[in-house]
Ligand binder design. Structure first.
Ligand SMILES: [Mg+2]
Length: 232
């Protein structure tokens, strides 16, 4: 395992690069309220590792909204929520996680490493969050909640985007997914991709170890354990 050197590294956002504060969840709830007339059981719902459309669907199904209505209003919900983020989100609403900029900078300097996103966020939301910390510059492409509602279907999309962006194919065995939840690990394993889980999100280290991650890191700065290319 120590000889593994990733050529393509796909990063999750929430809990991995940054953490959103209460305002983001409040906006999500208010957007649901304005579009669907209710926000469901949002205060007790886990968002971790899920895609945005999946979260909307789960919350609205739980509130008894008919499936057809959930899907027909999804574009409106997306527009309202992303508009709010675009206009109002600032770095004060989130927390940048330790060593993220140092690690990404180091990886970007490695000429044979390609960076991308693999996140359940809609792309507009992902870009708004990353823009607050000037992180979009590291990620020319990604796979997003717009692409698939099930995170486990996102890795092939990310590999295809990597091919388009770099003009060369990337194999699962030379790819690494970095995330903070068992869902990140599961989506990697479903496609024969290695997974590194960071315990900076919403899942305990013990739970991440039980999820089958190839590496469990207390925080991203420990990624040097995977390969020196991560070293800051
Ligand atoms: Mg996450």
């Amino acid at each position: 395992m120590n000889s593994f050197r990733p050529r393509l590294i796909l990063f999750d956002i929430d809990g991995t690069l940054l953490k959103g504060g209460r305002r983001l969840r409040r906006w999500f709830g208010e957007s649901l309220q304005s579009v669907y007339g209710q926000a469901g059981n949002i205060d007790n719902h886990s968002f971790s590792g899920k895609t945005d459309p999946q979260i909307v669907t789960e919350l609205m199904q739980g509130a008894g909204v008919p499936e057809e209505r959930i899907f027909s209003l999804l574009p409106d919900l997306k527009e309202v929520y992303l508009g709010r983020m675009r206009e109002q989100l600032t770095a004060d609403d989130m927390k940048l996680l330790p060593d993220v900029v140092a690690v990404l900078t180091k990886l970007e300097e490695a000429s044979d490493v390609t960076l991308g996103l693999l996140t359940g966020n809609w792309e507009g939301g992902a870009r708004s969050k990353l823009a607050c910390f000037d992180l979009n510059r590291f990620f020319p492409f990604g796979a997003f909640g717009d692409d698939r509602a099930d995170r486990s279907d996102l890795p092939p999309v990310a590999l295809e985007r990597a091919l388009q962006d770099r003009g060369r194919p990337f194999e699962p065995r030379e790819t690494l997914i970095v995330g903070d939840s068992p869902r990140d690990v599961a989506c990697a394993r479903a496609h024969g991709i290695r997974a590194a889980a960071v315990a900076t999100g919403y899942t305990s280290r013990e739970h991440l170890e039980a999820s089958g991650a190839d590496w469990v890191l207390a925080e991203l700065g420990e990624a040097e354990r995977i390969h020196p290319v991560f070293g800051s």
